[in-house]
Design a binder for this molecule. Structure first.
Ligand code: SF4
Length: 212
């Protein structure tokens, strides 16, 4: 990366920190690592707001990981119905909880290689856990990160795993976790998928899609 490009990246990250602050809070409500894991499985193709409504009652009903491991598939399906893809998600949650109990002693593992052996857990979910639970530098590539990283000129890739590796080259490690949090906020408010408001965006001065 050229010095000029490094400078541009630094300015973008500084503008995001200035605008949104450097404290971060996960958008999915949870009180433990396994609750965040289940909430993240539910969040596929579903809004975080909807997931938070579902988990408010769900974690009252299923108070432990064992409760999920022993859950009846049809009953859990109904409990999470509004999350969409509920049959698959219920199946994955039960299988994931069983493996956590049987193989990992009820603990959520830290390593990407272990996390991705759990049902319903891909790189994205694994990186949510690594960043939010263990504070391990990790980049979560969701729909906002994919779209906006392309607009900012940080990547030209479309495949989430390739984007993750490119962002690891572009972003300093101390911004790997918070980048996703900031970009989600930007993507929900200003750089929306259908109608990006470039005119009022605090990144317009540095954004490649505007410059070009
Ligand atoms: S300037 Fe436009 S395209 Fe670039 S980040 Fe802002 S809203 Fe998105």
């Amino acid at each position: 990366m050229t010095k000029k490009e490094q400078d541009r990246v630094r300015k973008i990250l500084a503008a995001l920190d200035r605008e949104y602050g450097t404290d971060y809070k996960c958008y999915l409500d949870h009180e433990s690592a396994w609750q965040l894991l289940i909430a993240t499985i539910l969040s596929a193709q579903c809004t975080d707001a909807r997931v938070n409504i579902i988990t408010k009652d769900l974690f009252q009903k299923y108070k432990t990981l064992e409760d999920f491991a022993c859950a009846k598939q049809e009953e859990l399906e109904q409990d999470i119905r509004t999350a969409g893809f509920y049959k698959n998600k219920a199946k994955n949650i039960i299988a994931c909880a069983k493996r956590l109990v049987e193989v990992y002693g009820g603990e959520v593992p830290r390593a990407l290689e272990d996390l991705t052996t759990l049902a319903g857990v891909g790189r994205k979910t694994a990186n949510v856990i690594r960043g939010n639970v263990y504070n391990d530098p990790s980049i979560v590539v969701d729909t906002h990160v994919k779209r906006i990283s392309n607009k900012l000129g940080f990547t030209k890739q479309q495949d989430p795993e390739k984007i993750e590796y490119e962002l690891m080259e572009v972003l300093p490690k101390d911004h790997w976790i918070i980048y996703n949090i900031h970009i989600i906020r930007l993507g929900r408010t200003i750089c929306t998928a259908r109608n990006p408001k470039c005119g009022e965006c605090f990144l317009k001065e540095y954004c490649k899609s505007v410059r070009e």
